[in-house]
Design a protein around this ligand. Structure first.
Ligand code: ADP
Ligand code: MG
Length: 353
């Protein structure tokens, strides 16, 4: 079942929360909707779920058009599961009853599951690894366990589409990493189509088959994690997904001349055509090298952060702050005069990804 979002527009009075949204989601795909707070992610998910109606455009799930500005199928009539940031568990129901609830009350429960709900509940309890805690109440569970209950409740009726709105942002850092793996495993086990909303680029890169990067209600770029990271098509994407130093200048075929360093030309390390047209050369912090007494961009170190396997520097040069991540053991000092060079070898490493 594919899900097709076509020319979606959503206005709230004066605010345009979404415009020109076009996404085609394949069956079984894990799509991340990534963008900063306020860019329209939750609005898009609410439209997919049927909690709200579009101002224009349409959403089609499988062969059914479920949302237009004229008719919106309500959530209970869509074959979807939802997981929220806040878990949204019911305080008076134990774990097992949470999983059972949608099987007894939802409209779209496959006939074989409806015929034997106890079996499906057992299956889901195993998937979310809470069999032993079946009788616990929500207030007797940890944050991670609560989120697993919310996941189990969402997948129990085998929905066509699983929608998740920042499901991990209420968990601490370590648990978030653990739950990332669990959600990936869940995707693998259930083959569900997942639309996963997050403002965390690392989460999107780690889990998604494709990422939709949004900014101010519009789509900036859609692509695989590798495409989004290695070949961003807008300055926003280059800077939001991983850090990038955005250098202005002119592109002539595959050579870039920075605006203020006409003496140097840089080779094309895989810059996308839209960025070339804008005269931008995005340089990742790990593509720069700090050297001394050589040719390059002269600057001064204005911050040094030791990160364990890397050192993160800020270098002031050519009127801007450059972010440089260095894996070298040699440590430069705050205030030291240095030279920045482009590491051309990085290209070969990236190609293998
Ligand atoms: P995100 O989830 O990416 O943080 P939202 O989808 O919640 O963003 O919000 C997108 C924009 O739409 C914001 O400017 C927000 O203030 C506005 N918005 C969302 N819901 C409503 C609403 N019910 N009424 C008015 N404005 C809204
Ligand atoms: Mg939101």
């Amino acid at each position: 079942m594919t899900t097709i979002i076509e020319d979606l527009l959503k206005k709230f009075d004066q605010t345009t929360a979404l415009q020109n949204i076009n996404i085609s989601i394949q069956d079984g795909e894990f799509i991340a909707i990534l963008g900063p707070s306020g860019c329209g992610k939750t609005t898009l998910l609410r439209l997919l779920a049927g909690f709200d109606s579009p101002s224009d455009g349409s959403i089609t799930i499988g062969d059914q058009q479920v949302s237009t500005k004229y008719v919106t199928l309500p959530p209970e009539k869509r074959n979807i599961g939802m997981v929220f940031q806040s878990f949204a568990l019911w305080p008076h129901l134990n774990v097992r009853k949470h999983i059972e609830f949608p099987l007894l009350h939802h409209q779209y429960v496959p006939a074989d599951i409806r015929a034997n709900t106890a079996k499906r509940v057992d299956e889901v309890m195993k998937i979310i690894e809470l069999t032993e805690l079946a009788n616990r109440m929500p207030n007797e569970l940890s944050g991670g366990q609560k989120q697993r209950v919310a996941l189990g409740r969402a997948i129990a009726p085998k929905p066509e589409l699983l929608l998740m709105d920042e499901p991990l942002s209420n968990l601490d850092a370590e648990l978030r990493m653990e739950m990332r793996k669990e959600i990936q495993e869940l995707h693998h086990l259930t083959n569900a189509t997942i639309v996963y909303v997050t403002h965390d680029q690392a989460e999107a890169l780690a889990m998604a088959d494709r990422i939709v990067v949004m900014n101010k209600g519009k789509i900036e770029q859609i692509g695989t994690p590798q495409e989004i990271y290695s070949r961003p098509t807008t300055a926003f994407v280059a800077n939001f997904v991983g850090k990038a130093n955005l250098i202005q200048g002119t592109w002539e075929s595959d050579q870039f001349t920075p605006a203020s360093y006409p003496a140097i030309t840089w080779p094309d390390l895989g810059v996308s055509i839209p960025l070339k047209k804008q005269g931008i050369y995005p340089i990742r912090p790990e593509q720069l090298e700090i050297v001394k007494d050589q040719q390059g961009i002269e600057g001064e170190i204005t911050s040094v952060q030791y990160q364990g396997k890397e050192i993160h520097y800020t270098v002031q040069a050519d009127g801007m702050d450059w972010v440089v991540h260095s894996g070298m053991m040699e440590k430069f000092r705050l205030g030291e005069r240095i030279v920045l060079q482009l590491k051309v070898a990085v290209k070969e490493e990236q190609k293998e990804v």
